[in-house]
Write a protein that binds this ligand. Structure first.
Ligand code: ZN
Length: 471
């Protein structure tokens, strides 16, 4: 069935610098707070006598907020008792870099705005946001996807817990600078949405100026089918499930239409089982007003020219692939530990670069998936121990996975067990195996020999000696 699906993405990512309008650190704090403050939200009529639909909805929930703060890690700005300081220039630079990478038109006069936020996640009732760039594009798999806007925003306070009539927020997250990228609704299906999100994630990461890890990336999906009203899906955390979430939501909307029910514009949250449920009404359009406490920011030619664009991760991976003769996949993954990898290549001259890369990336994966061991126990010094001993030919390459698995199991490593046998000794054992199994084909002999010599001789040497002794 043709659903004329239109999807737009909204991607948020924390910038790796101090807070946007004060000098407090951008870090989440787990220790007990130094103080708590309690606030209530009331809906008041505007000058023309209307109450905001979102405000009314939130107020009917009848909750008050408790904000937790720290004497040395949060300040009067987070508690909304002080106007914003000057915008953090590092955050602004990070955003400009992404804007240029996404072929956007940069605003030359940036105005900080207040965006109404009424779920109590902000002490002031609004989030400061600045439109930095518009009208760009990104090419994913040969298709152009429009970039609508790029904004620099403050993150909201962190929800800690919730009771019947209260919500507890921590102020540590409030004010952490965020990039918000919104695409045009050019995406036509769930799979494409996932690809575009992954590409944007890669592009942002390429600058090296953003945080990574749980909670630092948040994605919302806007979608409509057959020109029905737009639905916003909030908090699509995981790229791997994004396409499933979209497909389930499309089916829900199609089912509604089949029953001749109306699709109402609303914000829905993504549940654990990847279905969605109603979160709040779609906010009205007029919920932005000027932040009068911050002056306009001028972006000069000099500032724009001073921005050096980074090489994209995808381009860097291709370079590594060529330089070290790695597979495309291995090259991409080794990028995360590129400096370490290069150090090891320099230090362990007898080892093939591909072996070093495989040991760093694929062996831990194999230990995790096949043996189900906890690979977080593997530290640099463990890899160095293995490389060192293989490099000076004390143990064979095949011992790498054995030793690293034993480390994950907290076993004491007995190097004697793995010591490389001399070629004479290996050949003696192989002759014995060949003589005992006269009719056995090569593969069977190889199996028997490796079972006996595992970790003590290299597979290629064993194969060579079997072939030699078969004749
Ligand atoms: Zn502060």
């Amino acid at each position: 069935m043709n659903t004329n699906l239109k999807i737009g993405l909204e991607i948020h990512r924390q910038i790796n610098t101090h807070k946007l309008f004060c000098n407090c650190p951008s870090e989440l704090i787990d220790k007990e707070p130094d103080f708590q403050i309690k606030r209530y939200l009331r809906a008041v009529e505007s000058e023309i006598g209307e109450k905001d639909i979102v405000a009314q909805f939130e107020v009917t929930k009848g909750k008050h907020a408790i904000y937790q703060g720290y004497k040395d890690k949060t300040c009067l700005l987070e508690t909304d008792e002080e106007p914003p300081h000057s915008i953090n220039p590092s955050a602004l630079k990070a955003i400009l870099e992404v804007a240029l990478l996404l072929n956007c038109k940069v605003q030359r006069n940036i105005q900080v705005m207040r965006k109404q936020v009424l779920d109590l996640s902000n002490t002031s009732g609004f989030q400061r946001t600045a439109l930095v760039a518009t009208d760009g594009f990104v090419e994913v798999n040969g298709k152009k996807i429009g970039i609508n806007t790029i904004c620099l925003e403050e993150d909201a306070a962190r929800k800690i817990s919730e009771g019947k009539d209260f919500v507890i927020f921590r102020l540590d997250r409030l004010g952490i600078p965020l990039i918000e990228i919104t695409t045009k609704p050019d995406i036509k299906n769930a799979e494409e949405a996932k690809e575009v999100a992954a590409y944007l994630g890669m592009l942002i990461k390429s600058t090296g100026k953003f945080k990574s890890g749980l909670g630092t990336i948040r994605q919302d999906v806007n979608l409509s089918i057959n020109n029905n009203p737009r639905i916003e899906l909030k908090g699509v955390q995981d790229l791997d499930t994004m396409n499933k979430v979209i497909n389930i939501e499309v089916k829900r909307q199609l089912d509604l239409l089949k029953e001749s029910k109306k699709i109402v514009p609303e914000v829905r949250k993504v549940n654990q089982d990847l279905t969605t449920s109603f979160l709040r009404p779609m906010p009205g359009a007029a919920r932005m007003y000027v932040e009068t406490d911050h002056p306009e920011i001028e972006i000069s030619d000099r500032m724009l020219k001073s921005i050096k664009l980074p090489k994209l991760i995808t381009e860097k991976a291709i370079d590594l692939e060529k330089e070290f003769k790695l597979s495309a996949q291995l090259a991409k993954e080794i990028l995360d530990v590129e400096n370490k990898f290069r150090d090891y290549v320099k230090k362990y001259k007898n080892l093939e670069t591909e072996f070093i890369a495989r040991t760093l990336i694929e062996i831990p994966k194999e230990i995790k998936t096949r043996l189900k061991f906890d690979i977080s126990k593997l530290k640099d010094k463990n890899f160095e121990f293995v490389f060192e001993n293989i490099n000076n030919k004390t143990i064979p390459k095949s011992a790498a996975i054995e030793i690293l698995s034993e480390i994950c199991e907290d076993k004491t490593i007995n190097l004697e067990k793995y010591k490389t046998l001399s070629e004479v000794e290996v050949e003696r054992i192989i002759k014995e195996i060949v003589n005992k199994n006269k009719e056995a084909p090569f593969n069977a002999l190889m199996g028997i020999a490796m079972g006996r010599l595992k970790g003590k001789a290299d597979g290629s040497k064993v194969a060579e000696l079997i072939k030699k002794n078969l004749n």
